[in-house]
Write a protein that binds this ligand. Structure first.
Ligand SMILES: Cc1cc2nc3c(=O)[nH]c(=O)nc-3n(C[C@H](O)[C@H](O)[C@H](O)COP(=O)(O)OP(=O)(O)OC[C@H]3O[C@@H](n4cnc5c(N)ncnc54)[C@H](O)[C@@H]3O)c2cc1C
Length: 401
């Protein structure tokens, strides 16, 4: 037996023994664990699963063990992910720090920053939010205006960030700030990290169409940020931002597939809501055919993610690939929800009340949320621009996120 086959056997046995059966079901609405100072659990099984994965170092399986990671190779990490998928294990923790900031710190941070910031992520101790977008800097992110003025041992930060997911629930933020207003816009930006408890920070939630607000606007009024919290070179933050966005798109391209097990299995919902095949009218047969075609596309996508995961490990510049995956997945999810709406009719449009099942009520919100995923992390149009530039190598137009 090859070493990797042995490893697979070990991982399988460990997961079987340590992932409680209740944690091998789709994650219900509101039951995701984000870690952080306000961490709380809804059940003992959830706590057990969190603690066991944490102690194994598998919140960040491919990070070095010295920073609290699992020390696995890329190949071993792929095996772990595949085995977790096979067993339908829930994600034990969702952490923007691990998905997005951590890999950037590993590449660009100082040794002190690695020691101070990575280990709390791998312990699930700090919840992170992303302070990139501003009221006039979304797709054109480099137009951001939030300023960080050098005051000797610290920066003084002023300005505002918008669409900050879970800004009100997070402990720390990683933010892009303008440190040199006189330089060309891509060259005057720096990446800093800051404690959301710092004096001068105000967080205001923004209401969403789905009825729940994960969005916030964050205001900075003379917020002091120690210079030691600058990540990478001063004014050199744009390179780090691009790297971080690649990690964001990679994480988003896995939503529903591994990171967030999907709640809405097309074929089982088709069975439940459509008349049986023998008695179905042509219109129902046509719908069933659309559901089958979409299920096949979903399956192809899952296989493609696995294949591209392997290919990405061998490449240095993967931003084009990440954009393709993010674009395809978020648009595919949107199409899937349209089919579910057609399948379930008015039952997919419930908002509240006893006449709808919990799953039906959750579907309405997930359908609305599917539009948001085509905007978060850079809109579909912006992904198409990146693909045109970095994959197809078409002549460059206007610079965008
Ligand atoms: C669910 C969700 C979560 C988010 N979480 C965060 C977060 O935690 N932190 C954070 O910083 N931001 C977050 N965002 C913000 C997100 O990054 C921005 O919404 C996104 O980058 C688009 O920016 P914008 O909203 O300003 O739209 P705009 O940039 O104003 O775009 C408006 C429209 O114009 C199109 N457009 C713009 N430029 C071009 C172009 N060059 N070519 C073609 N079309 C173009 C866009 O595709 C879009 O349709 C989140 C957004 C969503 C939806």
């Amino acid at each position: 037996m090859s070493t990797i086959d042995e490893f697979r056997k070990e991982v399988r046995a460990w997961l079987e023994a340590n992932c409680p059966p209740a944690m091998r079901t789709p994650t219900p609405e509101g039951a995701l664990i984000f870690g952080g100072r306000k961490l709380s659990f809804q059940s003992d099984d959830q706590r057990l699963w969190f603690e066991r994965m944490r102690d194994k170092g598998w919140f960040a399986p491919d990070w070095p063990a010295e920073y609290g990671g699992g020390g696995l190779s890329a190949e071993q990490t792929a095996v772990l992910e595949a085995e977790m998928r096979r067993l339908h294990c829930r994600p034990a923790q969702i952490n923007l720090g691990i998905w997005m900031l951590g890999p950037v710190i590993l590449e660009f941070g100082t040794e002190e920053q690695k020691q101070a910031l990575l280990r709390p992520m791998t312990r699930g101790g700090i919840r992170w939010c992303q302070g990139f977008s501003e009221p006039n800097a979304g797709s054109d992110l480099a137009s951001l205006k939030t300023s960080a003025v050098d005051q000797g041992d610290h920066f003084l930060v002023n300005g505002t960030k918008i669409w900050t997911s879970y800004g009100d629930k997070s402990d720390w933020m990683y933010a892009l700030v303008r440190t040199d207003p006189a330089a060309p816009k891509h060259q005057g930006i720096s990446l800093i990290v800051l404690d959301m408890q710092s004096p001068g920070i105000t967080v205001t939630p923004i209401d969403l169409i789905s009825g729940k607000s994960s969005f916030c606007q964050v205001f900075f009024d003379n917020v002091k940020v120690p210079k030691s919290q600058l990540i990478g070179p001063l004014h050199g933050g744009w390179t780090l931002a691009k790297a971080l966005l690649q990690h964001e798109r990679r994480a988003m391209s896995k939503f529903g597939e591994f990171s967030l097990p999907t709640h809405f299995d097309l074929m089982s919902l088709a069975e439940r809501y459509l008349p049986p095949a023998g008695t179905a009218a042509p219109v129902d047969m046509a719908l069933r055919a659309r559901a089958v075609a979409m299920s096949m596309e979903e399956h192809s996508y899952t296989l493609t993610v696995q294949r591209m995961g392997e290919e990405m490990r061998a490449r240095h510049n993967v931003s084009g690939l990440m954009s393709i995956m993010k674009l395809v997945h978020s648009e595919q999810e949107k199409d899937k929800f349209e089919i579910l709406l057609d399948l379930m009719g008015h039952r997919a449009l419930g908002w509240e009340g006893d006449e709808f099942t919990d799953q039906e009520l959750a579907l309405t919100k997930a359908w609305l949320g599917s539009f948001a995923q085509t905007i978060a992390g850079g809109s579909s149009e912006v992904q198409l621009n990146v693909i045109a530039k970095r994959v197809l190598e078409l002549p460059e137009g206007k610079q965008s996120k």
